[in-house]
Design a binder for this molecule. Structure first.
Ligand code: MRU
Length: 344
């Protein structure tokens, strides 16, 4: 299984919309296919959509091969604009696009642009896997043998170039021989937990139990959950973290029950450009995701529906932010800016 891969002059993407029933892959030779793949959630998860955009931009440079030099840059910039408009919340998308833009600007001509863009996209892919392994190594120190760890959405191999962030921490703990049980919240309405987290953990033989989102408080109150670990789509300067809708509620419950709540994310998810979580743009997706489960309508016709796809967990509810460059413990009050300055 792989989430995304550069193969020949094409981008191959696992169609996550069909999981867990079918494991099928789409091959894109034109960048517009990759734009749609991100928009339609064929590929999803903050780091994975950053990698997809990087590969898609490299693909665009091949697609515009016969454009005149002055037209080439214009068309590349139009393509980049389409990637930037694909989804608004995950900052990894914009982080990857900015890296690709800088490479495009530094290239002397079309041929060198093509080569350099492909090399940069592959670097972003490789770096993401390496970052996740390091997040796993650092984060596994917080997981004890025998813990039951709850997660929300999918922050696994499927949401990244490989290995995963939150699930990377769980994987690393399991690789160290710790016996870990995972509670995967189903993650209404798109069901990333039930469909994707359960699928990828089961494939690997890591014990996983699916619960509905509303069950987390019950299990916490009965002492069945020792840790919560989730991914993030964007972490603001003050340490507030946007993640899949429902995460915030779990964080409040975890705090109420004195359960540590960890956010695992690469440095590319940190956005010091937004002061607090209130400034993070929250994607609103189609109301049909709420009105239907598969083909089945579950809400009466004509009823108003809202479907924000993310919420913000305040820094005060986060025990630690685990990145590949180090762990920010108790981010409340200090945020991420000092940590980022320390990396320079
Ligand atoms: O809408 P999605 O499926 O792209 O949302 C994904 C999440 O919220 C993940 O938890 C987040 O991107 C972190 S993935 C390592």
């Amino acid at each position: 299984m792989f989430t995304i891969k550069w193969e020949g002059d094409a981008v191959v993407i696992l169609d996550q919309r069909r999981l867990p029933v079918r494991e099928t892959y789409s091959t894109y030779r034109h960048y517009s296919g990759v734009v749609n793949s991100i928009k339609d959630m064929e590929i999803r998860g903050a780091p994975a959509i950053g990698v997809a955009a990087a590969m898609g931009i490299a693909l665009a440079s091949l697609n515009f091969d016969d454009a005149k030099p002055e037209k080439f840059r214009e068309r590349m910039n139009d393509a980049i604009g389409l990637f930037a408009a694909a989804r608004p919340t995950a900052v990894n998308l914009f982080w990857a696009i900015n890296r690709m833009k800088a490479v495009l600007e530094s290239a002397s001509d079309k041929n060198s642009a093509r080569e350099k863009l492909k090399a940069e996209a592959l670097r972003i892919y490789e770096e993401d896997i390496a970052a996740n392994r390091e997040i796993g190594r650092l984060g596994s120190a917080y997981i004890k043998d025998g813990d039951t760890v709850m997660t929300h959405c999918n922050a696994g191999a499927l949401a990244t170039a490989g290995y995963g962030t939150a699930l990377g921490v769980i994987r690393a703990a399991v690789e160290q021989g710790k016996k870990i049980q995972v509670f995967a919240c189903e993650t209404r309405p798109y069901l990333q937990g039930a469909r994707l987290t359960a699928w990828e953990l089961m494939k690997e033989g890591i014990p996983v139990t699916v619960i509905t989102d509303g069950m987390s408080g019950h299990f916490m109150s009965r002492g069945a959950i020792q840790k919560v670990i989730v991914g993030a789509d964007r972490i603001a300067a003050n340490g507030d973290a946007a993640n899949k809708i429902g995460t915030y509620g779990h964080s409040v419950l975890a705090r109420e029950h004195g359960i540590p709540f960890y956010v695992a994310a690469p440095v590319s998810t940190l956005d010091p450009g937004v002061a607090t979580g209130n400034e993070i743009p929250i994607e609103e997706r189609s109301v049909d995701e709420v009105a239907y489960i598969g083909e089945r309508q579950i809400v009466p016709e004509g009823v108003f529906i809202r479907n924000p796809s993310f919420d913000v967990t305040p820094a005060r509810n986060i025990s630690a932010i685990i990145t590949e460059k180090g762990v920010i413990e108790n981010p409340c009050g200090r945020g991420i800016t000092g940590f980022l300055q320390g990396l320079k």
